[in-house]
Design a protein around this ligand. Structure first.
Ligand code: ZLM
Ligand code: CA
Ligand code: ZN
Length: 386
């Protein structure tokens, strides 16, 4: 291979069930599970699998899914078929918020239980001390609620994995760099101080999904609630660039770790925050996205690395493969190996670091604005000193 060796002194585990990759949300739906195939092909072409423990996790059981989700919702997902989805005239939607964003497709329940099973497996490898960094690119589906689907997400694998970590860890820090707000995870842990949630996202209440995640949404307003000041949000405008994003990420994450002292970290690496994403609106390159992963790794805490959004599949695959290499601490050649399968799908630039398309979104984030956001976060963290 390319001389990629197991990292010294720590173990990286990679949790991927290839059954996931065949699933289809429908022809024109932006979510393409096939991006996972592209990711795995690049990872393997570089020989990165030699440096990790590879697991093909079993699907989560319905009992495991019900540790967070309501029983009737799981029963519905297990039973429903594309032909019998029922319209609810009261809410003007299909049952449990399924519909255009969250369609009922063939194999839906299998898909859900597989990505959730992979996140649970990854979390358990961390708590067993069999792994120090556990990766599941099929997970990170942060919008799913206890009782309903939302934004392409049906089961909240992140909440399930964090619940698993909480059996062994007093404090878990959740960091979310998907371009969308991590509302489902925030909501699940809104009133506890055992999880701090921190989401970076495009914020526009009226125009950008899901419309939540303002700077001053920081937990229950009642200061007597343990959750007060433990939900942190970094609302951003269109077009944020590499240097700004990296500095912002470091300026916010470092004090969060210093003040909160997590014993484990969960990092959702949604790749729709990359420039040129079909749904996103940032101007972040793959190296800068990866710099966030590298920065979090340096805290040397048990780390669960998850996927999430990402709607320009060739860029998603490059970003997640590069981030896999950062987790194992391997230097990889920027050019994709010539024997990479599906090389024709990776655009004209056969490199991990293509120049992304930044012509669509002008940068609306001023230095002064970003400074005010960091100030706002620091203000919340001051409450934690107790
Ligand atoms: N309509 N087809 C991010 C989740 C974003 C809500 C506006 C549905 C789409 C989008 C679906 C083929 C994560 C909204 C959208 C059309 C109400 C969203 C199906 C195109 C299509 O062509 C499409 C028929 C579809 C959905 C665009 N939906 C773009 N943005 C968001 C959800 C998930 O990345 O954070 C984590 C995985 N939904 O804006 C509408 C308000 C439904
Ligand atoms: Ca986010
Ligand atoms: Zn997203």
């Amino acid at each position: 291979n390319n001389g990629i060796k197991k990292p010294k002194g720590y173990t990286v585990s990679y949790h991927a069930n290839p059954e996931m990759e065949q699933m289809h949300f429908g022809q024109k739906h932006p979510m393409k599970p096939w991006r996972l195939t592209l990711t795995n092909k690049i990872v393997m072409a570089y020989g990165m699998h030699e440096a990790m423990d590879i697991y093909i996790p079993r699907a989560a059981s319905s009992q495991e899914l019900k540790d967070f989700h309501r029983g009737d919702y799981i029963d519905f997902l297990q039973r429903v078929t594309p032909s019998d989805n029922t319209w609810d005239p009261d809410s003007q939607t299909y049952a449990y918020n399924t519909g255009d964003d969250c369609p009922i497709f063939d194999g839906l329940y299998n898909y859900c239980s597989l990505y959730a099973g992979a996140s649970l497996d990854a979390a358990r490898k961390l708590t067993n001390h069999q792994s120090n960094i556990a990766i599941n690119w099929s997970g990170g589906l942060h919008h799913a609620k206890k009782n309903e689907a939302s934004g392409f997400c049906y089961i909240n694998d992140i909440v399930l994995a964090i619940l698993q970590l909480l059996l062994h860890h007093p404090r878990v820090l959740y960091i979310d760099i998907d371009v969308h707000h991590g509302d489902g995870v925030e909501q699940a842990f809104w009133s506890t101080d055992r999880v701090m949630t921190l989401s970076f996202h495009k914020y526009n209440r009226a125009e950008f999904f899901p419309g939540t995640g303002a700077l001053d949404d920081t937990g229950p307003l009642n200061n007597a609630s343990p959750g007060a000041h433990h939900s942190l949000n970094v609302p951003l405008h269109d077009g944020i660039e590499d240097a700004q994003y990296i500095k912002l990420f470091e300026d916010v994450v470092k004090p969060c770790v210093r003040q909160y002292k997590p014993t484990a970290i969960v990092l959702q690496c949604g790749a729709d925050s990359l420039g040129g994403d079909r749904l996103g609106c940032f101007n972040v390159n793959i190296k800068a996205h990866g710099a966030c992963v590298a920065f979090v790794k340096k805290f040397n805490l048990p780390l669960l690395v998850l996927g999430g959004g990402g709607y320009t599949p060739r860029n998603v695959a490059k970003a997640w493969a590069y981030e896999t290499s950062l987790c194992i601490g391997a230097e990889v050649h920027p050019n994709l190996p010539a024997h990479t399968p599906f090389l024709e799908h990776f655009g004209n630039e056969k490199t991990l670091f293509p120049k992304l398309d930044f012509t669509r979104y002008e940068n609306k984030n001023s230095r002064v604005y970003l400074e005010s956001v960091v100030m706002g976060i620091m203000e919340q963290l001051r409450y934690l000193q107790g």
